[in-house]
Design a protein around this ligand. Structure first.
Ligand code: FES
Length: 208
């Protein structure tokens, strides 16, 4: 039989563990706080997911759709909701190619490096685009205008080498044609605002 005081002390211990848990298990950023944008996503959408491990992938997908990528704090918020270690959520996310961990640029250039495209020069094409943008595949330009990615096949092999700019398929591209495409990509913070020539792709190229 339990002593009268034992329940009180175990409740206290439980409360203390719960209060300490987010910080102790790394569920929050500095000081246990999460990025405000992530907290907003969690409050409006994330919190509605069932608190079970089967929610990991649906929550990761929802966070990426809402935020454009998966910041570390989004994975921490998911871990906090599901009461699992953040490393588990990060491990699941890193297993799937569908998830992005860097903030995307306003425009996405995706180069196909599959066999049909590769034999028609997409390897050199990707090298030249990387040199033009001064970033590697998987990175975003410093002005946030362009993200560069590669894929193994778009399923449009007859059009090789294929590059996709946002949702537009560009067929039979060359280094010369892609240089023009990159120079024509609009820059600036948002649609409708004047073009900032200091950060335009053309200006980026001129500063080489
Ligand atoms: S290999 Fe490039 S579209 Fe199929």
């Amino acid at each position: 039989m339990k002593k009268p005081g034992s329940r009180v002390s175990s409740e206290k211990a439980g409360r203390k563990l719960k209060a300490d848990a987010p910080k102790a298990r790394g569920w929050g950023g500095p000081g246990g706080r999460l990025d405000p944008e992530v907290e907003r996503w969690f409050a409006t959408e994330g919190a509605a997911f069932p608190s079970s491990r089967s929610s990991i992938i649906p929550m990761l997908q929802a966070a990426q759709v809402a935020l454009g990528y998966l910041p570390l704090d989004a994975m921490r918020a998911i871990a906090r909701h599901l009461v699992v270690p953040p490393a588990l959520v990060e491990g699941v996310a890193s297993f799937y190619a569908q998830f992005r961990f860097n903030k995307p640029g306003r425009h996405r250039v995706t180069v196909c490096t599959g066999t049909a495209c590769y034999v028609r020069g997409s390897g050199k094409l990707l090298d030249d685009i990387q040199a033009d943008l001064k970033i590697a595949s998987g990175e975003t330009t410093a002005d946030g205008a362009v993200s560069l990615e590669s894929v193994s096949c778009f399923g449009a092999c007859a059009l090789a080498p294929v590059v996709v700019l946002d949702d537009k398929v560009l067929r039979q591209q060359t280094s010369v044609s892609m240089k023009k495409v990159i120079q024509d990509i609009p820059s600036g913070p948002s649609k409708g605002r004047s073009r900032d020539v200091r950060s335009s792709p053309a200006a980026r190229g001129a500063r080489k």
